[in-house]
Design a protein around this ligand. Structure first.
Ligand SMILES: CC(C)(COP(=O)(O)OP(=O)(O)OC[C@H]1O[C@@H](n2cnc3c(N)ncnc32)[C@H](O)[C@@H]1OP(=O)(O)O)[C@@H](O)C(=O)NCCC(=O)NCCSC(=O)c1cc(O)c2ccccc2c1O
Length: 264
């Protein structure tokens, strides 16, 4: 029986499994259900025998993903929902992407912001449209990724650049992301799907077992970050329940600048 999803699309194509966040109205921000479905989808993709690649994207042309859904985050308890430490099991999803034996390609158009930027960071490869914009917003909106989004980002772009990304919350163009090693290739927007398919076809011709062993081997070196992430999310839970974090969430939703001055 075909799996029914509400927040995502799951398709098995000739060269790749395509997993797509399908919430374009909120720039493909994720809520608890989205994260649960993505975990299930990556586990299904892991078992898919016909291809070596997953193409992970977002629906519409505005965004790949802009992280946690800040409208849902306006909850009474400061959490996103009922599941896991902070209401959505984001650290389990990051693990599912890393544990998936396929090569996961992030297909990035528009914004890859917050938790969406973390997805692009942890995917094995990233192919971006020339209109893509990357960046972090955590310290602006009362959040932080305490694992792969910080420590692993530093391994990709270097410590100085990773700290700049988190401490200044700027946006970076696709070309700037390419220059810092966050992206493998930038293409014209109309070429994005064709380029992702071409990379998947090339990978599909290779040995699945060698690919899976290589991926595990690459992951082994940064595996300690998984433990840091699981512990860090417990700290983020406490932060989300604080007035300081809630000010960030409220300010985003009220379309104003946050006032964090009294928390320094
Ligand atoms: C993405 C933007 C930079 C776009 O800015 P722009 O000025 O072009 O447009 P708007 O700001 O007006 O947005 C247009 C429209 O989209 C809605 N929207 C965009 N992003 C979200 C979102 N994440 N949630 C909900 N809605 C969103 C926006 O409200 C507008 O709709 P209207 O109906 O009001 O017109 C900019 O939008 C932006 O910066 N977005 C915020 C991104 C954000 O705050 N993301 C969450 C970061 S925190 C996170 O992702 C995260 C959560 C966790 O729980 C974690 C847990 C553990 C570890 C890590 C975690 C983590 O990283």
């Amino acid at each position: 029986m075909a799996q029914e999803f509400k927040d995502i699309l799951y398709e098995v194509g000739e060269n790749a499994v395509r997993i797509t966040i399908n919430r374009p109205d909120v720039f493909n921000a994720f809520r608890t259900q989205t994260v649960e479905e993505l975990i299930q989808a990556f586990r299904m993709a892991d078992e898919e025998k016909s291809v070596n690649t997953v193409i992970f994207g977002g629906a519409g042309d505005k965004a790949f993903c802009t992280g946690g859904d800040q409208k849902v985050h306006l909850s009474e308890d400061g959490l996103y929902g009922p599941r896991g430490m902070v209401g959505l099991p984001i650290e389990e999803l990051q693990s599912a992407i890393r544990d998936c034996r396929k090569v996961v390609i992030a297909r990035v158009q528009g914004f890859a912001i917050g938790g969406g930027n973390v997805f692009a960071t942890i995917c094995d490869l990233t192919i971006a449209s020339e209109n893509a914009k990357f960046g972090q917003v955590g310290p602006k909106v009362g959040s932080v990724d305490p694992g792969f989004g910080t420590a692993y980002l530093a391994r990709i772009v270097g410590e100085k650049k990773a700290r700049e990304i988190w401490f200044l919350c700027r946006r970076y163009s696709a070309q700037e992301a390419l220059a810092m090693g966050l992206v493998n290739k930038v293409v014209a927007h109309e070429q994005l799907d064709a380029e992702c398919e071409a990379w998947a076809a090339e990978i599909n011709a290779l040995s699945p077992t060698a690919i899976a062993i290589a991926k595990r081997s690459f992951n082994a070196d940064s595996e300690n970050i998984r433990g840091i992430s699981f512990m860090g999310v417990a700290a983020v839970k406490g932060y989300y329940q604080s007035e300081e974090s809630r000010e960030g969430v409220r300010a985003f939703n009220e379309k104003r600048k946050p006032d964090f001055k009294k928390y320094a």
